[in-house]
Design a protein. Structure first.
Length: 368
């Protein structure tokens, strides 16, 4: 009996012998033919003896009816949406974890009332009954009516963090533990309904790379400093301007951690720059241009200034845009400069240049 089948048998071990259980499993496989593998057959046999509680890592989209016990890791806001019949639907998501993993749990319509009332909170433990399905970001469980039962149980959640290098576009349920490289600034924006939202772009790094994290509203206002460690649970990833970034939405958790994370910025030699990629470079200012103004498509005025940066391998023109232009007032020939997350591209005259946009971090020191 392999481990997965053994785990299912353990739920009913007092009601049937291992030999009888295996025999019934084989009979079920033969009865259902190619429609059923041994794991599914074991689940069906176990249910004949009563309710079976699974560990979260055993829950699959094809499991169907499922019961499990887990601790709340995060609670989303309640979202409303119009149905085709004109009625208004409501939905909320929970992230539930145990010692084996995490799963998304979905509450619909009247089942969201405990969320609206603030009765569900992180670290509460529940026995959950529902049905599994393949969601947009993997397995999720839709809760039955009466399918949330608070219980007293000691559960240590296991949230295995991803390495940043493992993150690809359109992933869900991402957990990372990373160092804050750049805490960013909180910006406000106006929503379609006229309300004001807040957003913040944070750069995180670990020993495999770095990535940009977007924090929204209350999460955007958390106090963060460069060098601190941040744990993000249940984030989503997307591709933006050719780069993968992660989003911490309403059902995500973002919290500081005491864990030590190693990160070191990768500096690329100027001679190795290729058009179309994002780099970090370091060198000395060896040329200063004038500030030029231009009119944008929306009628606003933009500013740009060119400088030249050199290292031991070469020299490159650097375009400073908008807010970065103010730096030129404090730059001198010979200033040491570091440009983090700048884009190499073909310039107007065919020569390679480096562009410093809103996501670039620029630091410098005066000549010695």
């Amino acid at each position: 009996m392999d481990q997965e089948i053994s785990d299912i048998y353990d739920q009913i071990s007092g009601r049937i012998s291992p030999e009888e259980f295996e025999l019934k499993v084989e009979e079920k496989v033969q009865l259902m033919g190619e429609l059923c593998d041994r794991r599914t057959a074991a689940m069906l046999v176990a249910r004949e003896f009563g309710e079976v509680e699974l560990k979260i890592d055993r829950i699959r989209p094809e499991t169907g009816k499922v019961t499990f016990v887990g601790k709340i890791i995060s609670v989303s806001e309640v979202h409303e949406f119009p149905r085709s019949d004109g009625s208004v639907g409501r939905v909320a998501n929970l992230a539930i974890g145990d010692e084996t993993g995490t799963v998304r749990v979905v509450l619909w319509d009247e089942l969201v009332e405990p969320v609206s009332a603030g009765e569900l909170a992180v670290d509460q433990t529940f026995r959950i009954r529902g049905f599994t399905r393949e969601g947009y970001f993997g397995t999720e469980v839709t809760v039955d009516r009466g399918g949330l039962e608070e219980v007293e149980a000691e559960i240590q959640t296991r949230v295995e963090p991803h390495k940043i290098s493992e993150i690809r576009a359109d992933m869900g349920d991402i957990t990372i533990l990373a160092k804050v490289v750049d805490p960013g600034e909180v910006r406000e924006f106006t929503r379609r309904d006229g309300s004001v939202g807040r957003v913040r772009s944070v750069t995180l790094g670990d020993d495999s790379g770095k990535i940009r994290l977007t924090l929204w509203n209350e999460k955007a206002e958390m106090e963060l400093e460069a060098g601190e460690t941040l744990e993000v649970i249940n984030a989503l990833s997307r591709e933006r301007y050719g780069q993968v970034e992660i989003q911490a939405g309403s059902y995500s958790v973002a919290r500081k951690s005491d864990a030590a994370v190693e990160y070191q910025e990768k500096i690329t030699a100027i001679a190795e720059l290729l058009p179309g990629s994002i780099y970090s470079i370091s060198g000395f200012v060896t040329g200063l241009g004038e500030v030029r103004e231009f009119e944008r498509d929306d009628g606003n005025v933009g500013r740009v200034a060119n400088i030249y940066v050199s290292d031991d391998t070469g020299r490159v023109r650097v375009a400073l845009w908008n807010d970065h232009v103010r730096l030129i007032e404090n730059l001198d020939l010979g200033s040491k400069i570091e440009l983090v997350d700048c884009q190499a591209r073909d310039g107007w005259n065919g020569e390679l240049e480096v562009s410093c946009g809103w996501s670039t971090r620029v630091t410098f020191a005066p000549p010695e």
